[in-house]
Design a binder for this molecule. Structure first.
Ligand code: KG4
Ligand code: ZN
Length: 357
């Protein structure tokens, strides 16, 4: 910490988005000095999904110029940085390795410690921010917001986490098979939409009837916080086969709306169970699928009924980005999470609980 403030360069490269940000914390005030995200969506749309080696090659191309540009826009010299925060896992190994090796090289060259960050921890922390004025963010969560329940719904993960305090996590339940974002993408593909299809399905759903098809609400009565979405995916596939291709526009809209409703209902059932099982003050909602407006509204409504504060990530921070990694970075650095470049490595599979202080 320099002059009572912490300044962090943050790097995210766990999947197909390269993110770089400079984040500063002074007291309870967190400022994003500059940030960039470089998306590889167009490249992976051609192959219908992310090919790890191609993703890694794109990260290599993007990362150096992005770091130079973000440092420049932030007006920060490397001497003013306290640390470099980087996503070490979970994710695609070739992708993670680019961010981690970059952070290690810079940490060595600039003689800085590294703050290793768990990718899901990043998503959790993105919900701590709300939009302020002119692209800056305000902290909407204070120490009195804990214990909090975090619901993270993304392309790789769907999970409930108890956040007892800053940097203190226990996983309460998660999907046993596909993540919700992944199922959105697969249903989109069945409907002939390009990757990533989640947002396209939600746009089509606006025109459809959510009760047109009775898709299953998986594991609604399991009395736990585990989930399963592969059965729902198969039910959509069989429905499409029954209707016969090519589908009419009305069929496509109705399938989209009915599928989205099944996802919403199943997540709300689990959320209700979670909120009734413990005394939470706040719900933190984030991850790529938290960009879905109908889901945001349904979840907010449930928190209103239960009298729990609702903290959702700003729309533009729902997808992968480095602001969320820097956000964890400033809190974790101040709490003493500092590693030498030699100690940090990429880990494809790792639990968020390993990152609890
Ligand atoms: O968090 P994220 O950017 O990457 C991972 O860490 O997985 O999440 C990306 C996922 C994709 O599966 C994408 O289709 C889904 O989030 N997604 C959506 C929406 N926006 C993004 N799914 C449904 N509705 C949306 N509006
Ligand atoms: Zn993510």
């Amino acid at each position: 910490m320099t002059n009572n403030q912490t300044t962090i360069l943050a790097i995210e490269s766990s999947c197909d988005d390269t993110g770089v940000a400079v984040v500063r914390k002074r007291g309870e005030q967190v400022t994003v000095l500059a940030q960039l995200v470089s998306s590889q969506t167009d490249i992976h749309a051609k192959t219908g999904g992310v090919i790890p080696e191609i993703a890694a090659r794109e990260h290599v191309q993007a990362i150096g110029p992005m770091i130079a540009s973000v440092m420049n826009s932030a007006g920060v010299q490397h001497g003013q940085l306290d640390s470099i925060a980087v996503t070490v896992g979970p994710g695609l190994m070739p992708s993670l390795a680019i961010g981690v090796q970059t952070a290690r090289s810079l940490a060595y060259a600039w003689n800085k410690p590294i703050v290793p960050v768990h990718h899901i921890e990043g998503h959790v922390y993105s919900a701590l921010l709300e939009n302020g004025s002119s692209k800056s963010y305000k902290l909407q969560v204070t120490s009195s917001s804990f214990p909090a329940l975090a619901l993270i719904v993304s392309g790789g993960h769907t999970m409930f986490i108890k956040v007892t305090d800053h940097l203190s996590y226990s996983v309460l339940g998660e999907t046993r098979d596909d993540a919700v974002g992944e199922v959105f993408d697969k249903v989109a593909r069945m409907l002939g939409l390009s990757y990533p299809g989640g947002p396209k399905v939600s746009v089509l759903a606006e025109q459809g009837n959510p009760s047109a098809f009775a898709f299953p609400r998986p594991m609604s009565h399991s009395h736990d916080l585990n989930m399963s979405y592969s059965g729902l995916k198969t039910a959509v596939l069989y429905q499409i086969r029954d209707l016969g291709v090519p589908l009419t526009e009305k069929n496509i809209a109705d399938i989209s709306a009915s599928f989205e409703q099944a996802i919403i209902d199943s997540l709300i059932t689990k959320l209700r169970f979670a909120l009734e099982s413990d005394n939470y003050r706040t719900l933190l909602f984030a991850g790529g699928v938290a960009g879905n407006q109908r889901l945001r509204d349904a979840i907010e409504q449930e928190t209103v009924v239960k009298g729990v504060e609702f903290a959702v990530a700003p729309q533009e921070l729902c997808g992968d980005n480095a602001v969320m990694i820097g956000q964890v970075g400033v809190f974790a650095f101040e709490a003493g999470r500092k590693k030498s470049w030699k100690e940090v490595e990429a880990i494809a599979r790792v639990s968020i609980e390993n990152f609890s202080l």
